[in-house]
Design a protein around this ligand. Sequence first.
Ligand code: AMP
Length: 213
Amino acid sequence: MRIVLLGAPGSGKGTQAKNLMAERNIPQISTGDMLRAAVAAGTRFGVKAKAIMDAGNLVSDDIMLGIISERLAEADGSEGFILDGFPRTEQQALDLAELLDEMRTPLDAAVLMDVDFDILMKRLTGRRTCSLTGKLLNVHFSSQQELDDCVNAGGELLQREDDNEDVIRNRLDVYRTQTEPLIGFYRKRGMLRTVNADGSIDDVYERFTAALQ
Ligand code: AMP
């Protein structure tokens, strides 16, 4: 199964992609995670990417095409993949279609994770990662117990640098202007499936897998 996950920052693409990856044994390919790994490695490219990401802007389409074509050439994607955070512009969607055409592995679907703006803001401003376990938590939605477990075990609740309110507004603006048009792009091609992504992780996962049938 080869799918693209569409949806605003905070719509739960990463969480749901990880669930599906565990169940179906196909890789989640998150361009955001790949870029953060380049930033952490401190490469020259990583330093440039960090400035763009910290401002909530998009890395150029050319660079993203290079990154994604190398990644899709790896063997673990031969049985399928879940693209999370790519494509983000119409040019990227066109590049992806061409690339997959050359590989003779067309996409099966583009799944939109649909959530209201207010919920997105809460999800993004409240998002934390436990420094010990890597577990994704949220100060608005996780139970006090889960938050305390991390801190009591000596962990810290880390916030992503691009999860502060100003940057979040810009990321949502960038989503609206550059990425949201992809909904029409995939609808026109008959590939769009929409999931109501408001609710608990388990409920959304159920709707997500139902949409893939
Ligand atoms: P994410 O974790 O998907 O929210 O991505 C974090 C940041 O990485 C974004 O705000 C962009 O700066 C950058 N990024 C990730 N994927 C892409 C992409 N497909 N095109 C351009 N920039 C991207």
